[in-house]
Design a binder for this molecule. Sequence first.
Ligand code: URA
Length: 389
Amino acid sequence: MRPYEIIKKKRDGQALSAQEITSFLGGYTRGEIPDYQMAALTMAVFFKGLSAPELAAWTGAMLRSGEVLDLSDIPGVKVDKHSTGGVGDKVSLALAPMAAACGVKVPMISGRGLGHTGGTLDKLESIPGFRVDLGIPVYRELIAGVGACLIGQTATLAPTDKKLYALRDVTATVDCIPLIASSIMSKKLAEGIDALVLDVKVGSGAFMKTREDARTLARTMVGIGREMGKKVVALLTDMEQPLGRAIGNALEVQEAVAILKGKAPADLTECTMALTAEMLVLAKVAPGRAEARARLERCVADGSALKKLAEIARAQGGDPRFVEDESVLPKARNVRPILSLTEGYVAGIETEAMGLAAVALGAGREKVDSLIDPAVGFILERKVGERVQ
Ligand code: URA
């Protein structure tokens, strides 16, 4: 079938066959199908959706467009965590060392900031010397030896997603559940995992603004993962306000260190503990959530999680002293308080606006080639429910 007929079929609400989907996405990746036809097909998907078999074929085609890593020669269960994105979300920076300190192997291919949301890679790069472009051989070596490695997407993993994501970004087709689910899961399934914990953010600072949409996205991604033989669980977590109090790359690294010292804000600690506990259960290093939580609390109390973070940083070229001495991290030259003009209680926070304000300060990118300033950001001295005087 010609690309024109495939677009028309989807536009008219008919289901596409696996062969039609595979040939269309393959043609697009090879440059045989132009952007305008792919944009038309994704817009048709936006309005008509994808059935479960279509979604499986779509994700499979994206996954097989590049290298699918096999880490089965590395002993242990390989478990990653993926967040759908939020403001102040520095969970991965503490979760990876905590899980690794408890014996889980953590292969983590992370992203950069997207829109108003921050990205793990940008946060890691605020640690002097830290490299996220290590390549697959070093990635394998560090997962086996250190227990965790956090790098960026390579050109060989899910290349269709890379090309298609850029197109969706400029054609108003990002916020489409089957397209988000296949985009995330194709990348995660390519990185060599046995199991995955999904953190689906919901609220004013998330891509999913309602619980209903977040639940649908979570179920869709869990379904794709299980269909591919992986163990997948999803938690819906709150993004009605920023997570913790720090927004901005180096500030967030400091707050991630605080999690590992048992001194982080309660919401951030709870979110990190809950997600990491799921990883321990999936990896079978703990029989249930309660045992997993106890084990995580021990690895914070005895300092082994913090030591693991320093070890990961050193292995990836970073200066490990930042875990004890925050002056190693970039510091903003000007720091000033922004005071409330009225007294009372904080009733809500416009989380997306906070994320955009951080981007405007230089914590994220306005354009693809914008330079990040790792030092800038905000500390929220008051959050929802707290008194302002
Ligand atoms: N993150 C992704 O990786 N893909 C999407 O489509 C949306 C968020």
